[in-house]
Design a protein. Structure first.
Length: 231
């Protein structure tokens, strides 16, 4: 029986595209030493967002190599430094979907417990939650940077279910990342709902999700079907 709904944060519960657009002026200022002379702000932004779309589920090295191959970089940044600058810059600029608060409130009104399981630097993810006003919207929050284990390792999923006093098979996990979210949750026995933020499923090296939506706002409409399937 379905008793709890657990969520990913990035690319799932907030509008990452709008957030990217808002953060770009600050981000470009912070990485200006790496930007090739003669590359305009608009061109750099275009290439960075292309790299984000093409390589979001790959490594930061892949993103940087894409940008370098298109002439965006004057010198190569350390990928962990670049990743930190990117994520820390985004925190204060995150933009909610217009349906996020209502969705979470409706789920609680239906009697389900809710949890958040997110990878990332603790202080950055806390900043995102504060910016979005989501800090108090869940029954439990697991920021994996606090715990020492990151998705798709089993511990974040299992600890979150335990915090809700639920068994994994009583939970569905909602996320966008084929490896971290879908594979990770399936490994511990949770049902999965994939949010197709970056296009149709093409990740055949991973198990397919049990359900799929274009954006998380569609969850409410299919929740009765999921609950029926899990009886």
């Amino acid at each position: 029986m379905l008793k709890a709904i657990l969520f990913d944060l990035d690319h799932t519960l907030y509008d990452r595209e709008a957030s990217l657009q808002r953060m770009m002026p600050d981000f470009c200022d912070k990485v200006r030493e790496y930007i090739n002379d003669g590359v305009s702000f608009e061109r750099f932004k275009e290439l960075m967002i292309e790299a984000e779309h093409l390589h979001n589920y790959h490594t930061w090295k892949d993103r940087l190599e894409y940008m370098d191959s298109h002439g965006a970089l004057k010198k190569y940044p350390d990928q962990e430094e670049y990743r930190y600058i990117f994520n820390s810059t985004m925190g204060p600029f995150c933009v909610n979907y217009d349906f996020t608060f209502k969705l979470l409130a409706d789920i609680k009104d239906m009697g389900y417990k809710t949890g958040l399981v997110t990878n990332g630097f603790t202080e950055i993810q806390e900043t995102k939650l504060k910016t979005l006003g989501l800090s108090g919207c869940f029954d439990t929050i697991c920021i994996c940077g606090m715990r020492g284990k990151q998705k798709p390792e089993p511990e974040p999923f299992l600890e979150t279910a335990e915090a809700l006093n639920m068994r994994p098979e009583e939970c569905i996990y909602v996320g966008d990342n084929p490896r971290n979210d879908i594979l990770g949750a399936k490994r511990v026995g949770m049902k999965t709902l994939w949010v197709a933020t970056l296009g149709p499923w093409k990740y055949y090296e991973y198990p397919r999700p049990d359900y799929a939506v274009v954006n998380v706002g569609e969850l409410g409409a299919i929740l009765p079907v999921i609950a029926k399937d899990m009886e």
